[in-house]
Structures are given as structure tokens and as C-alpha cells.
Design a protein around this ligand. Structure first.
Ligand code: HEC
Ligand code: HEC
Ligand code: HEC
Ligand code: HEC
Length: 224
């Protein structure tokens, strides 16, 4: 019996079978290598630490007069006429360096407004004829609760920024149906008598979500 040479179709089927067998063997070998852990595992994912909640705290750093009224807290510091005489403005006293002398009764007041104490004179802000109110340089009388407008009378550009929501911040809700939004007053952040805000550590940047490189490479400059 003579061998019939395979038809071109049979040859093609045979070739396909060999290729399939080869591919299967390669995949089985890969599976075995992975099971045997030949190349090791990728380093475990690091836990990403949450941002320190101190950076997310929304409590204002100071309670203003208006806050004390709202919370029905002690207002005795604002009852000027329990100690002062009506119609008798307290005299301002100075040392020989022209620095204002703060009396013992007001020892809680730190006088440091401006880099050269330019604005420490009590009656730049308090109304000498009615201690229970504030007074701008133009002699507009303002209530203690309206102190931001007093600040604005000298710090016009900052006040405009504040009104526009650029300086300072709002607390509460954008969506008015969920609750009120309240703009913090200047004195919620600044002590009116010593308004400089001490430097604070900045909040950390966003987490890069990848494993840090070995320190040598992370520090090297990019090549392009
Ligand atoms: C616990 C009592 C007390 C209260 C309350 C009080 N004062 Fe005085 N204050 C004093 C005494 C005492 C002096 C110093 C004596 C003086 O010069 O008459 C003084 C001095 C002053 C001075 C002069 C400061 C200086 O450095 O020379 C000013 C201004 C003043 N008080 C404003 C106020 C204002 C405004 C209030 C209310 C927001 C107030 N005081 C509430 C007791 C008080
Ligand atoms: C830059 C403006 C400014 C100057 C200057 C100033 N004050 Fe005041 N003071 C204020 C404002 C605003 C408040 C109310 C702040 C708040 O809402 O908490 C206040 C609050 C007070 C209070 C009541 C609350 C507290 O901290 O005891 C007293 C008393 C007082 N000032 C006394 C004085 C005396 C005395 C001087 C001068 C040595 C002085 N102030 C200078 C703006 C000023
Ligand atoms: C009568 C005018 C006047 C009023 C009212 C006034 N300031 Fe000032 N403020 C000044 C002057 C003047 C300086 C000093 C600017 C300088 O040193 O270059 C100053 C400086 C400052 C500084 C910078 C402090 C620093 O050391 O860098 C802050 C913050 C500030 N004021 C906040 C306030 C706040 C908050 C109020 C309202 C409670 C207020 N000011 C009310 C005149 C005023
Ligand atoms: C939510 C807090 C907050 C409120 C509200 C706020 N400030 Fe400030 N303000 C700051 C901080 C924080 C700085 C310090 C920025 C810095 O050191 O670079 C500052 C800086 C300033 C300075 C220094 C100069 C400058 O621009 O760097 C002035 C003046 C000032 N504020 C005035 C005001 C006045 C006036 C108001 C109210 C109309 C106000 N601030 C309300 C937080 C506040």
C-alpha cells in the first residue's frame, strides 16, 4: 500500500495542532513557575496613613464677642463700666520708650499690632466716649459684634478679599438647604491686640499612591 501524501489541508491542521501543544506547554510551564514562586512576589502595598486630623479641624482659633454671646458664655471682660466711669475715658499711660503700659487689670491683653507696634493705641479702635463700642478712624461707631468692619476700615484690600471669600474662610455648607454658611470674623483668627499669626507647619502634600523608590534613586534628578 503506497502512502498517500497528506493534502495541504491535512498539513495545515497538523501544524496548528503542534502550535497549540507548544502554547499549552509554555502556559503550563509559566503556571508552574508562578506557583513555585520562582520570581518572588511584588512588595506588599503600604498602608497609606490618613492626614493628621489636626489639619482638618474647622474650629476657629479664637472665640469672638459674637461667639460668646451666641454660646451665652462669660462676657465680664466686655462689661467695661463695671470698672470704668461713664464719661471718663481711661487715660493712656506710656513708658519712656513711648510703649503703652497695659494695667494689671488688662494683663490678658498683649499689645503687638503691627511690626513696630504701630497700632497699639487703644482708642484707635475703642470708642473713648463709649467703651462698649468700637470706633473707626472716621469715628464710625460699631458694635463689638461688627469688629470685622473696624479691621476693614484700615485694612481695605484684605477686607475686600475677605468679603470675596479669598482671605479667611467660610464654615458650614455651600448648599443652603443643608445648613447655614458663616464667614469667620477677622477676630476668629486674629487677636485684635496682637494679630500676627505665628507660622504653622504646612499640611502634607497628596500621597503619590506608589511605593517609594529606594532613597538613592528617588533623590536623583530626572534625565529629561
Ligand atoms: C476688671 C475691671 C476692668 C474691666 C472690666 C475693664 N477695665 Fe479697662 N482698665 C481697668 C483699670 C483698673 C485700668 C487702669 C486704671 C485707669 O487708668 O483708669 C484700665 C485701663 C483701661 C484703658 C487704658 C489702658 C492703658 O494702657 O493705659 C483702656 C483703654 C481700657 N481700660 C479700656 C477698657 C475697655 C474698652 C473695656 C471693656 C471692653 C475695659 N477697659 C474693661 C479695669 C477694667
Ligand atoms: C486694632 C484695634 C484694637 C486696639 C488697638 C485695641 N483693641 Fe481692644 N479690642 C478690639 C476688638 C475688635 C475687640 C473685640 C474682639 C472680639 O470680638 O473678641 C477688643 C476687645 C477688648 C477687650 C475685651 C476683651 C478682652 O480681650 O479682654 C478689652 C478689655 C480691650 N479690648 C481693651 C483694650 C485696651 C486696654 C487696649 C489698648 C492697650 C486695646 N483694647 C486696643 C480692638 C482693639
Ligand atoms: C487704626 C487702623 C487699624 C485698625 C482698625 C486695624 N489695624 Fe491691623 N494694622 C494696622 C497697622 C498700622 C499695622 C502695621 C502695618 C505694618 O507694620 O506694616 C497693622 C498690622 C496688622 C497685621 C499684620 C501683623 C504683623 O505683625 O504682620 C494684621 C494681621 C492685622 N493688622 C490685623 C488686623 C485685624 C484683624 C484688625 C481688626 C481687629 C485690625 N488689624 C485693625 C492698622 C490697623
Ligand atoms: C480663617 C482665618 C482668618 C480670617 C477669618 C482672617 N484672616 Fe487674616 N490672616 C489669616 C492668616 C492665617 C494669615 C497669615 C498668612 C501668612 O502668614 O502668610 C493672615 C494674614 C493677615 C494679614 C497680614 C498681611 C497679609 O495679607 O499677609 C492681615 C493684614 C490680615 N490677615 C487681616 C485680616 C482682616 C482685616 C480680616 C477680616 C476682614 C482677616 N484677616 C480675616 C487668617 C485669617
Amino acid at each position: 500500500m503506497t502512502r498517500v501524501p497528506p493534502t495541504p489541508q491535512e498539513q495545515a491542521v497538523r501544524r496548528t495542532n503542534w502550535v497549540l501543544i507548544a502554547v499549552s506547554v509554555v502556559f503550563l510551564a509559566l503556571a508552574a513557575a508562578m506557583l513555585a514562586n520562582v520570581w518572588g512576589h511584588p512588595p506588599p502595598q503600604q498602608d497609606i496613613p490618613l492626614v493628621d486630623p489636626a489639619f482638618l479641624d474647622q474650629t476657629a482659633s479664637r472665640q469672638s464677642y459674637a461667639d460668646l454671646v451666641r454660646a451665652k458664655e462669660d462676657l465680664s471682660d466686655f462689661k467695661c463700666y463695671t470698672c470704668h466711669e461713664k464719661g471718663e475715658p481711661p487715660p493712656l499711660r506710656f513708658d519712656d520708650q513711648h510703649n503703652i503700659i497695659v494695667p494689671e487689670e488688662h494683663a490678658n491683653i498683649e499689645t503687638q499690632h503691627g511690626s513696630h507696634n504701630r497700632n497699639n493705641l487703644c482708642f484707635n479702635c475703642h470708642n473713648e466716649n463709649n467703651l462698649l463700642s468700637l470706633s473707626t478712624r472716621e469715628k464710625h461707631e460699631l458694635s463689638f459684634a461688627d469688629s470685622s468692619r473696624l479691621c476693614g476700615s484700615c485694612h481695605g484690600p484684605t477686607f475686600r478679599d475677605w468679603e470675596a471669600g479669598v482671605h479667611g474662610r467660610k464654615n458650614g455648607y455651600w448648599d443652603k438647604s443643608r445648613g447655614e454658611s458663616r464667614r469667620l470674623d477677622c477676630v476668629n483668627c486674629h487677636n485684635p491686640h496682637a494679630p500676627r499669626i505665628p507660622a504653622r507647619p504646612p499640611a502634607p502634600g497628596p500621597h503619590p499612591l506608589r511605593t517609594p523608590e529606594p532613597s538613592g534613586r528617588a533623590a536623583s534628578a530626572p534625565t529629561h
